[in-house]
Design a binder for this molecule. Structure first.
Ligand code: FDA
Length: 427
């Protein structure tokens, strides 16, 4: 049995940033243990779809260990060792006894804690869970961790050696990034998804159509309004994807990006749950006084928006909840409630966009799609409450972020459209 003042369960983005914050606030050697089922110490997960699979200048560890994402320096294994942090890699926690403050890590081995930070993140939803026939064929991939990315690299090579055709199932941000990078690797790519248009869950059709056209011009086949009904194989390897609309797409590689599920099961019946995750208050504290939850798994109230508890499966939320929870543990008197403004971003091909806020109300587009520099404001009850920008510079992205945070009074629609980024610059 090993005992620690603090234990972080999980070794992803939240864990890396939490460790950084513990150290910044004065961690004594031997006080912190991190337990991760991954073989490597924490890294910036978005790099898996934004750099790792690139055909040129591919991102590789140690280059993208946390906390390079916020410019706080790179924490390789030596960084943890030098600070007396016990980092258990390749170790899966199989049981948690919240009342007894104990974690089981296989066999009879146990770790006890004073305070626990749950940072278990999410896992991909699988085609098996959907009951899709053929889900167990070789050549079907998901992307959540480094081991998945390594398998995909191999899959790309094998696909090239077969028919060079890949199908991406799902058109969320990860699906779009993967489709782009497979194309950049020289594969013929088709995307299958139930929606009406790429990006149409966030953007109105007149803006979303830009991305649809862009992908088609890059040679990616868009099969919208359909799901995968069956995966067909030969000799145990994927050969074709059949859709609910009866289309048959040849493929020797399939990547499914059909959502993620938070890893919360270890706490079922022990902690309050909401929105598919673990309920936390404004200090990221769960229903147990010694357990905090951060990142994808934490269900919290967005303080400046009304509404139910919700989760944010986004890297910035993982980083900020981590920093906030450590502050709440080490300096509770000076820690206010967590105040998060939703933020999403993506990069694919030559494009790069950011979205800040909650998109309700009327969308007012601005800028020039032809020049790949355009955006959208959302006006709700006389205020600009959210903003999207494609092709912005660092400073311009900061301006639109400020719009979502400040929610300024909106001018009339025509004026807002004419002002475009000038409006954000003045906030
Ligand atoms: P995270 O998933 O990072 O880490 C969880 C850790 O817990 C893992 O190391 C896991 O192995 C470990 N674990 C789980 N159960 C365990 C157990 N029982 N025992 C031991 N260890 C256990 N977001 C964004 O805002 N912009 C973006 O562009 C992207 N891009 C992106 C690309 C790809 C490919 C993915 C998969 C995800 C993104 N994201 C993203 C999402 C973002 O990466 C995600 O929100 C954060 O990584 C969440 O951080 P967490 O620390 O909560 O979990």
């Amino acid at each position: 049995m090993r005992s620690f003042k603090y234990v972080i369960l999980g070794g992803g983005v939240g864990a890396g940033y939490a460790a950084h914050e513990f150290v910044r606030r004065g961690l004594a050697p031997g006080d912190l243990c991190i337990i991760s089922s991954e073989a490597v110490v924490a890294y910036e997960r978005p790099a898996l779809s934004k750099g790792y699979l690139n055909p040129e200048n591919a991102a590789r560890l140690p280059g993208f260990h946390t906390c390079v994402g916020l410019g706080l320096g790179r924490q390789d294994p030596g960084w943890y060792a030098e600070r007396g942090i016990q980092y258990l890699t390749g170790v899966t926690v199989t049981d948690v006894d919240v009342a007894g403050r104990k974690l089981r890590i296989g066999g009879a081995d146990e770790v006890t804690y004073g305070k626990l930070l749950v940072a278990t993140g999410s896992r991909p939803v699988t085609l098996q869970e959907h009951g899709t026939p053929g889900w167990d064929l070789r050549g079907i991939f998901y992307l959540r961790n480094l081991a998945d990315a390594e398998r995909m690299m191999q899959g790309i090579k094998e696909c090239k050696a077969r028919d060079g055709r890949a199908v991406v199932v799902g058109a969320g941000f990860v699906g779009m990034e993967i489709a782009a990078v497979l194309r950049q690797n020289g594969l013929e790519v088709a995307m299958v998804f139930p929606g009406g248009m790429l990006m149409d869950r966030m953007l109105p059709p007149e803006v979303a159509t830009f991305y649809e056209d862009f992908y088609q011009n890059k040679g990616i086949e868009i099969c919208w309004g359909q799901k995968v009904s069956e995966l067909h194989g030969r000799d145990g390897h994927i050969e074709a994807v059949e859709t609910t609309e009866g289309q048959m797409l040849s493929a020797s590689m399939v990547v499914a990006g059909i959502g993620a599920r938070p890893n919360k099961e270890l706490f079922t019946g022990q902690l309050d749950m909401a929105a598919g995750g673990i309920t936390v208050n404004g200090k990221l504290l769960t229903s147990d006084p010694n357990v905090y939850a951060i990142g994808d798994v934490a269900a919290f109230q967005l303080t400046r928006y009304s509404g139910n508890l919700q989760r944010q499966e986004h890297v910035t939320n993982a980083r900020l909840t981590a920093i906030h929870a450590v502050s709440a543990i080490m300096d509770p008197e000076n820690t206010v409630d967590y105040d998060y403004v939703p933020y999403y971003y993506s990069r694919f091909f030559s494009l790069s966009w950011q979205f800040h806020g909650i998109n309700k109300g009327k969308g007012v587009p601005f800028g020039s799609q032809k020049d790949e520099k355009f955006g959208l404001y959302w006006v709700h009850e006389g205020r600009v409450v959210a903003a999207f920008l494609e092709g912005g510079s660092d400073v311009e992205f900061k301006w639109v972020k400020a719009v979502a945070r400040e929610r300024p009074k909106a001018p009339c629609e025509e004026e807002l459209e004419d002002m475009g980024l000038e409006f954000a610059a003045k906030v």
